[in-house]
Design a protein around this ligand. Structure first.
Ligand SMILES: Nc1ncnc2c1ncn2[C@@H]1O[C@H](COP(=O)(O)OP(=O)(O)OP(=O)(O)O)[C@@H](O)[C@H]1O
Ligand SMILES: [Mg+2]
Length: 267
């Protein structure tokens, strides 16, 4: 399969892809990139989408209409587009929270459509930061942050230590025992980020993480996410309405009517 793509400096190059469907049900997706270089080098996308379509209401609504996309490990990608263009739907697909009507999605070698039990995949690989952060009101901050660790078989002590460490990292050490309804919106968002990061995910999916916040708190939240990306090479994918936020990412994907209309690197 041949495809065209952009490299870091925005130069147009030719990409030749070999997709090998292994006996084990895993996919091996090899991309050979030919640039100004004499020889080929090799990078395997962390996330690959092929012709992904998501329809609602018996096909009358096409939330996603043929998405083809490769995202590489350690990238910081922003997704921007008008309201109703399919951004959240796309993010839900990437987090295996929803399945496409048609098309294929591979993440870290896993075929998300074939895989029967995706809960383990989500727990191990993905950190979700959504605007409605779904904190549990009658649990303390530390207990909320520990939730993703419960199925891992860690001891109580290990879980408390890990959760405390990450709560300190987001600057809420003094709020550990507090309940979420006693916190400000920005503080709750930080709890949600701590919870998303507690299990060291390799991918963070953030849907409008700064949407409801004042600009100063928004900057702080973004700073936290970007630090995780820079420090731990976490693949960071942020949906936003805000062009300034989008421009902070290394790569910006524009979506309109369920289709990618632009995919560019910001340097
Ligand atoms: N469960 C659903 N049932 C029917 N239609 C849906 C459903 N979820 C989303 N849609 C429709 O799919 C389209 C894409 O929705 P989506 O939530 O992905 O948009 P968005 O880009 O995230 O918008 P916003 O910026 O407003 O959050 C919209 O037209 C929406 O009305
Ligand atoms: Mg949305």
């Amino acid at each position: 399969m041949a495809d065209n793509n952009f490299v870091d400096d925005g130069e147009f190059i030719y990409v030749d892809k070999d997709i090998i469907d292994g006996d084990d049900g895993y996919i091996y997706n090899e991309t050979y990139i030919e640039g100004d270089y004499d020889d080929y080098y090799y990078e395997e996308p962390l996330i690959s989408l092929f012709d992904v379509v998501k329809e609602y209401d018996k096909g009358t609504v096409k939330a996603l209409n043929g998405i083809n996309l490769d995202i590489f490990e350690g990238e910081f990608v922003s997704i921007i587009g008008p309201s109703g263009s399919g951004k959240s739907t796309l993010l839900n697909m990437l987090g295996a929270l929803d399945t496409p009507t048609r098309g294929k999605i591979y993440i870290d070698g896993i075929d998300l459509i074939k895989e029967k039990d995706l809960s383990e995949f989500r727990q191990e690989k993905i950190g979700f930061v959504f605007q409605l952060h779904n904190l549990i009101p009658n649990l303390s901050v530390i207990d909320n942050v520990q939730i993703p660790l419960l199925p891992t078989g860690m001891s109580n002590k290990e879980m408390k230590e890990r959760a405390s460490e990450i709560i300190t990292a987001v600057g809420l050490e003094d709020k550990k025992k507090q309940r979420p309804n006693k916190l400000s919106g920005g503080q709750r968002q930080r709890v949600a980020i701590a919870r998303a990061l507690v299990n060291n995910p390799s991918i963070i999916l953030a849907d409008e993480p700064t949407g409801s916040l004042d600009s100063k708190t928004g900057e702080l939240i973004l700073g936290l996410l970007m630090e995780m990306h820079e420090r731990y090479n976490v693949t960071l994918i942020i949906v936003t309405h805000d062009n300034d936020v989008a421009a902070l990412a290394e790569r910006t994907i524009k979506i309109k009517d369920g289709q990618i209309t632009e995919d560019k690197y910001n340097y």
